[in-house]
Ligand binder design. Structure first.
Ligand code: HEC
Length: 123
């Protein structure tokens, strides 16, 4: 029983300690997606979906939910954003070569068709 109590106490200390470490936020001023939108000119409803669901992990600007203030959630989110941007970043769309853009669109269709994006945890 005492062991259990100590373990619980240790976990609590770790949890509280974690709250002091906050990953940097992925938030950059300005509209970075103008180029992407200009080039692809998506229908309005698609644009809304992109803005509300995909931009959070695939641009330089994330809108964080309140629970991002709680570690370790903030660590997971930061990780997903970092990984998401590495694979596809609408903010840097204009730096992609034509071939890469083509490929990313193929991937995009595939991900959405297979229900892989947005990540399950966020739907
Ligand atoms: C919570 C973060 C998150 C959200 C929201 C999200 N993604 Fe992703 N996305 C990722 C991560 C992480 C990866 C890389 C790992 C993987 O493929 O599972 C990725 C990979 C991708 C890839 C693959 C790119 C490549 O070339 O490998 C495409 C395409 C993609 N996402 C499209 C989308 C679309 C479209 C949406 C909105 C409907 C979306 N994502 C929403 C995190 C996210």
């Amino acid at each position: 029983m005492k062991l259990l109590k100590n373990a619980a106490l240790l976990l609590l200390v770790i949890f509280v300690g974690m709250q002091f470490y906050r990953p940097d936020k992925n938030q950059t001023q300005g509209d970075h997606t103008t180029e992407f939108i200009k080039e692809t000119n998506p229908p309005k409803d698609v644009k809304v979906i992109l803005e509300q669901t995909c931009y959070n992990c695939h641009t330089h600007n994330t809108e964080y939910p309140w629970y991002n203030n709680i570690a370790p959630v903030s660590y997971w989110l930061a990780d997903h954003v970092k990984d998401g941007k590495k694979h596809l970043n609408f903010s840097t769309w204009n730096t992609y070569e034509l071939k890469k853009k083509d490929h990313k669109f193929e991937e995009l269709i595939e991900e959405v068709q297979e229900g892989e994006m947005p990540l399950k945890e966020y739907t």
